[in-house]
Design a protein around this ligand. Sequence first.
Ligand SMILES: *Cc1c(COP(=O)(O)O)cnc(C)c1O
Length: 426
Amino acid sequence: MTGSANSRLFRQAKTVIPGGVNSPVRAFKAVGAKPIFIQKAKGPYLWDADGNKYIDYCLSWGPMILGHARRQVLHEVKKVMANGTSFGIPTKLETSLATMIVQAIDSVEKVRLVNSGTEAVMTAIRLARGCTGRDKVIKFVGCYHGHVDHMLVQAGSGATTFGMPSSPGVPRDFTKHTILLPYNDLQSLEKAFDKYANKIAAVIVEPVAGNMGVVLPKKGFLKAIRKMCTRNGSVLIFDEVITGFRLTYGCVQKLFRVKADLTCLGKIIGGGFPIGACGGKAELMDNLAPQGQVYQAGTLSGNPVCVAAGISTLKLLKSVKPYRSLELATQRLCDGIDQALQKRNLKHTINRIGSMFTLFFNAEIVTDYASAVKSDTARYASFFTAMLKAGIYLPPSQFEACFVSTEHRLKDFNKTIAAVRKVSQQ
Ligand SMILES: *Cc1c(COP(=O)(O)O)cnc(C)c1O
């Protein structure tokens, strides 16, 4: 697996890139392994620098729902690229993608395109604070909203704790307005609203969490947040950077029948290119400069190449309507994995919705961060490494989501399940 070329490339990378990677989890540290370097990808497969082939269940952390190097997407990108790659002046492509997003998401009337999910969240929070004139933001423990300063906070042990920065370089003052609460815990949410009612600018939540592993919202959780935000004049922000166009054509808020005030998107809407978006009601969104006073900008925002890839991806998703079959396929895969592990008596639990899932090596059900971290990460690490050796690429951390694309086939699932059976024997 980590053969000679992979190791050599990693060694070289480390001499000029901190840790050898441009995003930490890529270093495979959480699973005690060395990273593979990718040479090429097609459909559901990756090939590394040593020529090993893998079935990919990470899909660039979610975006590649149509598989890698999708012909139609590449075609559109090449066509657009030939006419120039960046102007810093509007193009009609931006309006096309914005229109597709507005049509797909009930709660979104206007949308601002940015370059990453992190930027989408930054924009949403600044907008919420700017519109409400309030400072405090409620965030749930285990939800990831990009690497923006005031969202980089993790839990203390109490129920309601003010955020302690989880990274050096984030001043305490920057996170003191971030209120951390356990996911799926309505009581602590009610308490926080009782205490800080008219100080809370926004509640931000992953409506289906994907960054502590997949964790589903309990029945009524999202609706209750909606109610409390409405009652207290706080802005409800759904971070759908993963879930947007992953579980349905549009957002997961449609499936749960809850409307966010602001929605953050990224990943799939860029079809494998860097993008993000923040959208919501016109009366909120029009507070953004130049219409309004809340400043937000970006040299490469709405970049024609990224936007073309996004349009082409959404068009395909809209016409192919893959969601039902993705769900069935993923269910079948998870059932197979589950049975294979049960036979070996390995304590585990699988959280799944649509085509995203996490296999936790955990004896209990996982409903929040506290239960997620009880997982056996050493077991996951050895499982990851053995699976990689067997040609199956899973996310290199216990606390990430696995994704299935439209290009995964039954033979891929069978191979995966057979590998699970084999590696769990050891
Ligand atoms: C990936 C992710 C982000 C950050 O997006 P980037 O493009 O990596 O900046 C934000 N929120 C959620 C829920 C994500 O999964």
